[in-house]
Write a protein that binds this ligand. Sequence first.
Ligand SMILES: [Zn+2]
Length: 174
Amino acid sequence: MEKNPAEAAHADTQPQVTPETKVGEIMTRNVLTTKADQAVVDIVQLMAKSRITGLPVVDDNNRLIGVVSESDIIGKAGDTVGDIMTHGSWTVGEETPLGEAAELLLRRRIRRLPVIRGDNELVGLVSRSDLISFFASHVWTCSWCGKGYRGFYAPSACNNCGGETFTIKVPDVI
Ligand SMILES: [Zn+2]
């Protein structure tokens, strides 16, 4: 069976995700966004229909100005997105390593990170679910005793034998 070039390239770039993989390689590009003057009732519909829990808020030039999340909707009164949105946001760039983005997501207890370019232009979104396959499939293996550890970075030392060198194993099939 012949593969067309686009499919072949896709297959080649899919599996090998590492902490050094750039955010730009795995981010979601077609991001649903909202604007400050949009009615809250409209985005509630949109979020329910799309099963998402937050939306980046952009201006007319697609520049990120903030985010609006479920907790903004539940916890604040207002008619428009601008009334209830959270101004500003943690962001990453396309060149940010995935390990760094994951740490930010975990440490700040946030579900998604807008990806921006240049002057705050929104170009994508990276979410926890984008990283789940990495967490699920990468095992750091102690070179001394063979004990396995999951996570974005190798442990500093093996708690079983004190070993300090690890190899990363990625199963062929995810
Ligand atoms: Zn060990």
